[in-house]
Design a protein around this ligand. Structure first.
Ligand code: NMX
Ligand code: MLT
Length: 428
């Protein structure tokens, strides 16, 4: 992986120079402030982190380096990992080098197969996935070298990268094994050395041999890979890694955050929501029926899954990219049709709900992603967040590689009590 490491090193050196300049010239310059509302409200809108893998513009969505979604959505997931880490797409030989390494490390150790087969079937697939990643923790080269006292600080990132490639290489086989053994109750499919990483995942899931399914899986992996540093799962994973817990620990922790219904689980909840609509009104509900249904949900105190966002203030461009895929490949799907009708109905309701309190009434990626997976044959909803998690592991890994390369310290902000705050406000 020499070329990959060299390119990541170049990126780290460049970012390091920028940081050195900022600290030297502006170490004490104030670039923001914090309000009481932010302190008490999940730090929403507070600029408190630097993340160099990607950036979310509230009005234009995800950017990786300078590339917006339409400029990278047709790339392979492994090319995106390269971009997240090295800040540039790999050329042909660089891509081949990474793909060779991923293929070389794809096999799961025997003890993991035993572990997967013995998992209690009642566990949610996200629990299984997180446990399996954790069970691989002893594979961490970073941990082995660190414990042996063989690592200097300047080498941490290199062994994070080693661990990242080993972990990412195993995710298709691992996730597909959970799907096939526990949800389909079938035997796992073999890894296919001639396929790229994403096509292997599609192949090993074994539910749909069409090329367009592999295309969907790759698009799914690309669109969910990273969403800057403050989302629950990426932030959790980075905080855990900042204690020098290895990437297996950090990824498992991040996945546990992704498993929440306000975050990654929303894709599963969305599909249940649409299925509930179809059960009640049939497969072609009217917009007036949807309007009444959505209002009923809100009156019952439930959120409308797949709508709203902490950062975005427009329709999520990832939603748009999936919609274009759906329009090309399954325009007549009743599920897609209902997603479209909800898109017509929900924002108008959310705009006035709670006196306009909903900061973003538009759909996020979860409003549509499950619909496409369902349409292409992944009928077990509770696997959808695992798909999100496989992809988001790219971001967890890249963020930690870059952060450690930049020698970023353990993350430990200061918290205060109500009393401290009230005293401070009295003094102000
Ligand atoms: N349905 C109903 N109420 C909503 C929704 C929604 N979709 N979105 C926001 N609100 C409410 C929110 O609960 C809050 O109410 P209260 O003050 O009474 O607690 C109020 O509007 C203000 O919240 P916002 O500032 O707009 O949103 P926030 O940044 O706090 O939360 C989400 C963002 C994404 C957690 C929120 O919009 C939500 O719960 N959406 C539904 C779940 C979802 O789709 N999650 C997936 C997000 C993307 N992902 O993949 O992770
Ligand atoms: C994500 O992809 O992580 C979600 O859109 C949530 C977020 O960015 O806060």
């Amino acid at each position: 992986m020499e070329q990959f490491k060299n390119n990541v090193k170049k990126r780290i050196d460049y970012l390091g120079m920028e940081i050195a300049w900022m600290l030297r010239e502006h170490g004490k310059t104030v670039v923001g402030e914090v309000s009481v509302k932010q302190l008490l409200g999940g730090m929403r809108g507070l600029t408190a982190l630097v993340c160099n893998t990607s950036y979310v513009d509230p009005y234009r969505g995800l950017f990786i380096s300078d590339y917006a979604i339409p400029e990278f959505e047709d790339k392979l997931p492994e090319e995106i990992f390269y971009l997240l880490c090295a800040g540039k797409f790999p050329n042909e030989t660089e891509l081949a080098e990474l793909q060779e390494e991923l293929a070389f490390r794809a096999e799961l150790p025997d003890y993991l197969w035993t572990f997967i087969r013995q998992l209690p079937r009642h566990l949610h697939p996200m629990t299984m996935f997180s446990l399996c990643v954790l069970a691989l923790e002893g594979e961490s080269v970073f941990k082995q070298k660190y414990e042996a006292g063989e690592l200097g600080k300047s080498e941490y990132w290199e062994y994070m990268l080693e661990d990242a490639v080993s972990l990412l290489a195993k995710l298709p086989a691992l996730a597909a094994a959970i799907y096939r053994i526990h949800l389909l109750r079938e035997e796992p499919m073999d890894y296919h050395p001639s396929l790229d990483w994403g096509s292997n995942l599609a192949h090993m899931l074994g539910v749909n041999p069409e090329l367009s399914f592999a295309e969907l899986v790759r698009l799914y992996m690309v669109l969910h890979c990273d969403h800057e540093g403050g989302n629950v799962s990426a932030f959790t994973s980075r905080v855990v890694n900042s204690a020098l817990s290895n990437l297996y620990y950090a990824t498992s922790a991040g996945l546990n955050g992704l498993a929440g219904p306000l975050h990654g689980l929303a894709n599963q909840v969305c599909l249940r929501f649409i299925r509930g609509i179809h059960e009640r009104f049939g497969e072609s509900p009217g917009t007036d029926q949807l309007d009444a249904f959505v209002r009923e949900e809100l009156d019952a105190g439930r959120v409308i899954p797949g709508y709203g966002h902490a950062v975005l203030r427009v329709t999520d461009p990832r939603f748009t990219a999936f919609m274009e895929f759906g329009n090309r490949h399954c325009p007549n799907s009743p599920f897609l049709q209902t997603v479209k009708k909800l898109y017509y109905v929900v924002p108008n309701i959310l705009k006035t709900y709670k006196e306009g309190k909903v900061a973003n009434p538009y759909p996020n990626v979860d409003a549509i992603s499950g619909t496409l997976l369902y349409q292409f044959g992944i009928s077990h909803f509770d696997f959808y967040t695992v798909m999100f998690g496989i992809s988001r592991t790219f971001g967890f890994c890249a963020q930690s590689i870059i952060a450690l390369g930049l020698n970023q310290p353990i993350i430990r902000p200061k918290s205060v009590t109500n009393k401290w705050l009230m005293d401070a406000l009295e003094r102000a």
